[in-house]
Design a binder for this molecule. Structure first.
Ligand code: PNS
Length: 163
């Protein structure tokens, strides 16, 4: 059985992520969306919120699993008995960081391969960071994130204003 790990922060999940997960689900028997437990960052959505949103978006996809991890990614990949790390590549600007990570992971665990996938063209400029910035400044993100994420973003803003 081919198992792939798609790691990241997913704060929030975008339609670019969704596109990559769907591609991965067609290519591998199972794809595990693995969210990093990162104590240093102050995310917009808590880890349980991000997990819940992603599970909800993929509740009809039997071979998509959502999980969390901390520590080294390669150790997590080994623990899950996977052989592949999936990463999305949007533009040349992504390449340098992705190249460094892929080679470091290759050095740490030579039997694990990183597979890069391009999202559909209309998602190549979307990033979680831009979504948060645009939304917080009142811009429209419709069509760029799943509807559930849009709803949750609205709730966050209302909760912040109410606080
Ligand atoms: O979506 P992101 O934030 O670009 O994802 C980055 C992620 C989670 C893939 C990366 O930070 C990671 O793998 N962290 C786990 C710690 C680790 O293994 N670091 C060495 C990677 S070369």
């Amino acid at each position: 059985m081919s198992v792939a790990i798609y790691p990241g922060s997913f704060d929030p999940l975008t339609n670019g992520h969704v596109d990559i997960i769907e591609r991965g689900a067609r290519l591998f028997d199972r794809i595990i969306v693995a969210m990093l437990i990162n104590m240093d960052k102050s995310p917009l959505f808590t880890l349980p919120e991000r997990v819940e949103i992603t599970r909800e978006v993929f509740h009809d996809s039997a071979n998509v699993e959502v999980d969390t991890f901390d520590g080294l990614l390669v150790d997590y990949v080994e623990r899950r008995r996977a052989h592949v790390i999936v990463r999305g590549l949007r533009a040349v600007s992504d390449f340098e960081f992705e190249f460094q990570m892929a080679l470091m992971n290759q050095r740490l665990s030579p039997r694990i391969e990183t597979v890069f996938m391009m999202p559909a063209e209309q998602y190549t400029y979307i990033s979680s960071r831009l979504i948060k910035e645009v939304f917080s400044l009142g811009g429209r993100v419709h069509g760029l994130v799943p509807e559930l994420v849009e709803t949750r973003l609205r709730e966050k803003v209302l909760a912040t204003k109410g606080a």
